[in-house]
Design a protein around this ligand. Structure first.
Ligand SMILES: C[S@@+](CC[C@H](N)C(=O)[O-])C[C@H]1O[C@@H](n2cnc3c(N)ncnc32)[C@H](O)[C@@H]1O
Length: 156
């Protein structure tokens, strides 16, 4: 199983890249995180947020591996505890399908895309900057994996 993070946004500041890299590099080969950055669609002239998000949706869908389970990140999504995430990770590893987490851009994710995702998940009920979401997600995936391994990183 491969974990993919498809994230609208590129040219992130070094502190985001370092933070993401710190957790991504800790993941074992059988649970590697692959980051696919999607260049945001330019917001200009008559383009509405909806038009831009629809164009980003097309690029996001092109980045999702065929057959992958899709988890959309959204502040209105379902709350998961880290333990629940670790249980999901175990389940995903057993069924072997890739899992793609999708992080939207400045305006968020296209409504139709969110409706079609397998799951809508939030990290908090606060609106977070998209760069920070990829760092927090990578840390939570590492923490969830460490729980499945009884690794001392996670303390109850
Ligand atoms: C700046 S936010 C977009 C905010 C946008 N106004 C909205 O309503 O979704 C950019 C992306 O970061 C992710 N994001 C932001 N806050 C989040 C949270 N609390 N939980 C999960 N994902 C979040 C989502 O994928 C969102 O599309």
């Amino acid at each position: 199983m491969q974990l993919v993070i498809a994230a609208v946004g590129h040219k992130m500041p070094a502190w985001i890249e370092d933070g993401f890299g710190e957790y991504a590099k800790r993941m074992p080969p059988e649970c590697r995180i692959q980051l696919k950055e999607i260049k945001p669609v330019e917001r200009s002239g008559s383009k509405t947020a909806e038009t831009a998000m629809a164009a980003e949706r097309t690029k996001i869908e092109a980045a999702i591996p065929k057959g992958s389970r899709v988890i959309a990140l959204d502040e209105r999504g379902r709350d998961l505890t880290t333990i629940q995430l670790s249980q999901l990770l175990t389940h995903w590893q057993q069924d072997g399908r890739d899992v793609t987490f999708v992080i939207g851009g400045a305006d968020g994710l296209d409504a139709g895309f969110k409706a079609s995702a397998d799951m809508l998940v939030r990290i908090s009920s606060l609106t977070l900057p998209h760069g920070m979401v990829r760092v927090l997600l990578a840390e939570q995936l590492y923490r969830a994996w460490s729980i499945t391994q009884n690794h001392p990183y996670h303390r109850v």
